[in-house]
Design a protein around this ligand. Structure first.
Ligand SMILES: Cc1cc2nc3c(=O)[nH]c(=O)nc-3n(C[C@H](O)[C@H](O)[C@H](O)COP(=O)(O)OP(=O)(O)OC[C@H]3O[C@@H](n4cnc5c(N)ncnc54)[C@H](O)[C@@H]3O)c2cc1C
Length: 403
């Protein structure tokens, strides 16, 4: 052990260790011996050096919203970066933040200058370090790729103990390894993120479909036209209990004049228009989070599976999965959701994020909520995920969020 090794402040109380042995999934439980809660680069380095000097494993935690134990480590040190969240600099085209900053904080700081990150996830309370480590996909990804594609520069503490700055122009190999690298190639300390002009408002259309083929055809058509700033979709149980309905969610940014929408040639059966303030639109998860916390679903197990399907296999795999899917096996109405939308694979340039070798791919995410204390229901959900996992891999797809 080096004599100059600084001593980090570690929390070894039961509550800290229990909290760090849990995550969004509530499926894996690995208990650390202690938790560090750094708020500066020096404190992060001290925690890592402390672990390395004792040959203890360590894991970095952002907001702990991964679902399969990625931020947990049995008998080691969890470095909880939720308090490492300063905004250092914000300008018209970039913002520099500590990796533990949440996207809601990035957005608030950038909106103060009329700027926005081009891609945001559906939930803004994820950390910058956490989503850059997995990719970060959202409704703008069909145009702007992942959040990891919109990084200008990173400061990284690498496993060899150095702190390096990397970007597309400097130390490119490290830059490409860390983005989407699930924390394996170093700890992201600071990120400089690209900003673009922010709109004041968003004009949104929710288009309802009874037919899955029509829904998928229209989604493909709309991303090809690149007409919308935001495009997502979801499946929900039909009101009359006769299977599934599909909702295409498209939006256009504007500041002065709401754009016109003809919907010409689209095959939707229902249409709802919403006009929202930009932040309210992006923060749409906030009221759902409050509700799910109230019902308790927020704290129940979340056996999620996020499939990335090649376009050529999407219709068949999705139709097959939806036919077999019972709303109860998703956790509806307590919090389950199917997310389903396409994106252009050439918009994504982060090498670590694996994609099908086709121009278009679909995110098909079974976001399940299992009932509390019902092992049989949880088992059924996990078995259902395994079927989709195998179908996805066999068809040339990948599983998002898994290293
Ligand atoms: C409600 C909800 C909504 C979501 N919506 C979306 C969405 O719209 N789009 C999307 O792409 N994903 C979404 N996700 C998934 C989410 O992006 C990932 O789970 C993400 O990793 C969570 O961020 P986090 O801050 O909680 O990271 P954590 O779970 O804390 O960490 C995730 C991984 O990153 C590593 N890591 C964290 N910080 C660092 C760092 N500073 N340096 C190096 N490695 C680090 C961790 O060790 C771990 O391997 C959602 C998740 C939830 C729970």
């Amino acid at each position: 052990m080096s004599t100059s090794e600084p001593t980090p402040h570690l929390h070894a109380d039961e509550e800290s260790r229990d909290r760090a042995a849990d995550d969004w999934g509530h499926l894996v439980r690995l208990r650390p011996r202690a938790v560090a809660r750094p708020s500066t680069v020096d404190e992060i380095v001290a925690a890592v050096e402390h672990a390395e000097a004792r040959e203890l494993p360590y894991a970095v935690r952002g907001q702990g919203h991964s679902a399969t134990g990625a931020t947990q480590v049995e008998g080691g040190i969890v470095i909880d970066t939720s308090g490492f969240r300063a905004v250092h600099h914000v300008d018209h085209d970039r913002i520099t933040v500590d990796a533990g900053a949440r996207w809601s904080e990035v957005l608030r700081a950038s909106l103060a200058l009329g700027r926005t990150p081009p891609v945001l996830t559906d939930y803004l309370e994820l950390s910058v370090g956490g989503t850059l480590s997995v990719g970060g996909i959202g409704g703008a990804s069909h145009r702007h790729g992942l959040q990891a594609d919109n990084v200008l520069e990173l400061e990284v503490r690498t496993p060899d103990g150095t702190i390096r700055t990397c970007s597309a122009a400097e130390d490119r190999a490290l830059f490409d390894a860390v983005r989407g690298g699930h924390g394996r190639h170093g700890i992201i300390l600071r990120a400089t993120l690209r900003l673009t002009p922010a709109p004041e408002r968003v004009s949104r259309r929710l288009l309802g479909y009874d037919s899955l083929p029509d829904f998928l055809t229209d989604q493909r058509r709309l991303i090809a036209g690149r007409e919308f700033d935001h495009l997502e979709g979801l499946a929900k149980p039909a009101d009359d209990g006769s299977g599934w309905q599909y909702l295409l969610d498209v939006a256009t940014h504007y500041t002065w004049t709401p754009p016109s929408f003809t919907g010409h040639g689209l095959r939707h059966r229902t249409e709802e228009c919403l006009d929202q303030e930009y932040f309210e639109f992006l923060d749409a998860m906030a009221p759902h989070e409050a509700l799910l916390r109230e019902t308790g679903a927020w704290h129940q197990p979340h056996p999620w599976l996020n499939a990335i399907l090649p376009d050529s296999a999407a219709d068949e795999v999705i139709a097959e999965t939806m036919r077999a899917l019972d709303p109860a096996d998703l956790g509806v109405p307590d919090g389950g959701l199917v997310l389903l939308y396409p994106f252009h694979t050439n918009a994504i340039r982060t090498p670590q994020c694996r994609l099908p070798d086709e121009p278009v791919a679909f995110l098909f995410a079974l976001l399940r909520t299992a009932p509390a204390d019902d092992g049989a229901a949880l088992r059924r959900m996990l078995d259902g995920n395994e079927i989709l996992r195998r179908r996805t891999l066999d068809s040339g797809g990948f599983i998002y969020l898994e290293p």
